[in-house]
Design a protein. Structure first.
Length: 271
């Protein structure tokens, strides 16, 4: 059997998925052991015991100054900002994608505009957002919205343009007006695509969130990472990065399962 045709079994699939993580942990453990053997006070590659102790305090001990359990309060603050930003971006991009991809008159204006706006580096306008929206929650949410909405909208616009024109003709022949075509033909297709697009944009959304929290915040996962970096507290930074990765992975899997459940008919539903 040719290599290109070989498929892993259920157990083999899990093993192959975990293999890079196992190798990464093994390499880190060896490197950490070598550095700590030379210098027990080394902070660059802390041992597992120091990271576990640091996370135990952050996850189960109340902060003396605020009375909060820092890991969970940081997580709640970050997820609130992230989910709000993604939710607003999803609604706005869906409306823009339908308008630009379905109605030629609107697309003539919106399509070039989205193409230009999507080229603006969102982090470059972060100071403008702080000036316009202040240093509170709104500016952080708006960075996520502005950062991912144009790309999402362009992707949905392209998906709308891929719908065969014959489908629109058939719907109108059966008596459907413009809004009926949008609701019954275009919207289901773009909603299915939206879940996939959000999966692809999760990394960017987290990037914008962490960047905003690093500059102006008093809570959040990004705030905590950049707060402790001045002390070179890698025993906190590395577990926080791992926790963010785990949260992003869980969100990705949640979107994938929702996509399969709600849109089983959609092509690529198992992606």
């Amino acid at each position: 059997m040719r290599f290109i045709n070989r498929q892993p079994g259920a157990g083999g699939r899990w093993l192959l998925a975990l293999l890079p993580l196992i190798l990464l942990v093994a390499v880190y453990a060896v490197a950490s052991s070598l550095r700590l053997a030379e210098n027990p006070d080394d902070k660059l590659l802390p041992g597992a015991s120091s990271m576990v102790e640091a996370m135990r305090q952050l996850a189960f001990t109340e902060d003396e100054r605020t009375g909060d359990v820092l890991l969970w309060s940081d997580t709640a603050a970050s997820l609130q900002r992230l989910l709000l930003g993604i939710g607003v971006a999803a609604v706005v991009s869906l409306c823009l994608g339908i308008a630009a991809g379905t109605f030629p008159l609107l697309g003539a204006t919106l399509s070039p505009l989205l193409a230009v706006v999507s080229m603006i580096p969102p982090l470059a306008i972060l100071p403008i957002l702080f000036i316009v929206f202040g240093l509170d929650e709104l500016s952080k949410v708006m960075l996520i919205v502005i950062g991912i909405t144009p790309v999402l909208a362009r992707d949905l616009e392209q998906r709308a343009r891929e719908i065969p024109r014959e489908t629109f003709v058939k719907a109108q022949t059966l008596g459907a007006n413009s809004w009926t075509v949008v609701l019954r033909v275009v919207l289901p297709v773009l909603l299915a695509r939206l879940f996939v697009s959000l999966q692809l944009m999760l990394g960017a959304a987290w990037l914008f969130l962490i960047s905003a929290e690093a500059i102006s915040a008093t809570s959040g996962l990004g705030y905590r990472i950049f707060l402790v970096r001045r002390y070179m507290s890698m025993d906190i930074i590395l577990p926080y990065v791992a926790w963010i990765t785990l949260l992003a992975w869980a969100m990705d899997q949640g979107l994938k399962r929702l996509h399969r459940r709600i849109f089983p008919w959609s092509e690529g539903g198992g992606s």
